[in-house]
Write a protein that binds this ligand. Structure first.
Ligand code: AKG
Length: 283
């Protein structure tokens, strides 16, 4: 897979088109669909909903369930719910690791942070303001930490794309503060003075976005009537301090010099998870 390390260094992010195939993404989508099915079935058995919306598409079903039971404020990313071999296989997929290797070399650690995000229709609480990831990962600003972000459905202007400020990582971590009405800390100074600075990323399912921990980005409102599902996970070079981040206990080597294989197996990672305090900490 051809990448463009120069463009990545210049912009702080890179989209690799058609990096993954339908069949690479299908196992994780099956896990998400199964979670939806299990939760819908349980709600139906409890008498909370009268229909499990089984016939609905991947994009629409979970929203229909949430609407039916009045829980449209359940806006959180999914973590424990999607912990699975399928997720592990995607995080450590050779195509993903090849792209990362072209950007940061072959000693790559998955740093334990992963999410599947149901970005709900017309829900501001599933947006994120302009931010740099290091603003929410204390002590990481002096190292490179990469987020891999994968849409599980096509992302267009209307269903809540990500926006980036190319090159904004070069000024380092800015100062943040809490503002009433914002769920997340926001930069004290606006990172952009003009809309022309902004790059809006429409992406196809199968495209891969990778960005660093200092580039400014935000996530817009989903104005469509279906969920904009995505997954993201984070990496750093082996040996980089994770500074006690909450997911440190489930970090693991993903690629080592001269090895094309992931040195951690699903069984090893599952054992690490079982021994960690993560279970039940998040949805
Ligand atoms: O998935 C999204 O909508 C936002 C993701 C994001 O901003 C991040 O992972 O830092």
């Amino acid at each position: 897979m051809e990448t463009n390390p120069e463009k990545f260094a210049e912009h702080g992010y890179l989209v690799v088109q058609s990096a993954l195939s339908e069949s690479d993404l299908a196992p994780l989508i099956a896990v998400v669909s199964e979670v939806v099915n299990t939760r819908a079935t349980a709600l139906s058995k409890e008498g909370v909903i009268s229909d499990t919306y089984e016939e609905m598409s991947f994009e629409c079903r979970w929203h229909a369930v949430l609407k039916a039971c009045g829980r449209e404020n359940e806006v959180f990313g999914w973590h424990t719910l999607v912990f699975s071999e399928a997720l592990f296989n995607l995080i450590t997929h050779p195509k993903v690791l090849d792209i990362l290797e072209s950007l940061i070399g072959s000693d790559i650690r998955f740093n334990g942070d992963f999410w599947v995000r149901p970005k709900l229709p017309n829900e501001k609480l599933t947006t994120l303001p302009w931010h740099q990831d290091s603003a929410y990962m204390p002590g990481t600003e002096n190292d490179t930490h990469l987020t891999v972000w994968l849409p599980l459905v096509d992302v267009k202007l209307e269903n809540g794309p990500l926006q980036f400020l190319p090159g904004s990582h070069k000024s380092g971590l800015q100062t943040y503060h809490r503002v009433p009405g914002e769920a997340f800390a926001v930069p004290v100074l606006s990172p952009t003075s003009s809309d022309t600075d902004i790059d809006t990323l429409e992406m196809k399912k199968g495209d891969l976005l990778v960005f660093n921990n200092l580039v400014f980005h935000r996530s817009l409102v989903n104005h469509s009537d279906s969920i904009r599902w995505s997954t993201d996970f984070r990496f750093s070079r082996t040996g980089t301090s994770l500074n006690g981040l909450w997911h440190e206990a489930i970090a693991c080597p993903a690629r080592e010099r001269e090895s094309r294989q992931c040195p951690t197996s699903w069984q090893m990672w599952r054992a690490q998870w079982e021994a960690s305090p993560h279970k039940d900490r998040f949805l």
